[in-house]
Ligand binder design. Sequence first.
Ligand code: UTP
Length: 241
Amino acid sequence: MSPTYVVALGGSLLRPEEEEHRQTWFGQLRQLGVHMEGIGAHLGLVVGGGLPAREGINLAKPFVADERALDEIGIAATRINATIIQQILLDIGIDVASTIPHDCNSAADLLKNHSIVVMGGTVPGHTTDAVAVEFATTAKASQCIIATNVSHVFDKDPRTNDDAEAKTNLTLSELGEICGVGTPLEAGANAVVDPIAVARAIEANLTLAVLDGRNLSLLDAALDGKEFTGTLIVPEAKKPL
Ligand code: UTP
């Protein structure tokens, strides 16, 4: 059976400050797409909303009381970003699904027939991390990789704690103690891993990897099953003794 991978790509990754870094990043993403197609793998990419999500939600917030309505703005932004990635990969002739699926069953069906499927959000109440976990479970991927803009999961917020410790190995319940389990974030709010995604991974016994997606060679290594710099999060049963 050809290998199936699902990766959550944080929306912030699409907009590095400097244009030079953007060029390098999109170039590496294309190389990764070509490599995946070359080895006959299937890759699901779930793209976050990043800056347009945050801007859109903040713009509407004073006028929109319903949290789920604000989530819809975030979802629209994720689909813009997903379309950007999809078109950049299609442009060099990679076999990418030409639609952006709106649910994980459709995404998993498309992935059977394409090397790459790119999607954004689905419904209100969670972030694209949770979508990626659901997509990975539905498509029977062996793990879900969360490529974001921090190097690791830390035991506490490194922005406010100088003594925060980077974790290289965690179990899903240890991740739950750090990020919370199952409590939805506010629209546009940030956490290293969405607590809804953690709850879904626990339910599905799914291995997660968190790594810095600004350096796509780390993602390459994780996809190839090599050691990578980042945090590997395994179900309790797979914890090394
Ligand atoms: P993101 O998945 O982009 O959240 O969704 P994020 O944690 O900010 O990720 P980055 O920074 O892009 O990596 C942005 C917002 O869109 C809504 C939520 O309001 C979320 O905060 N959203 C997204 C949903 O309601 N449902 C979805 O399936 C996806």
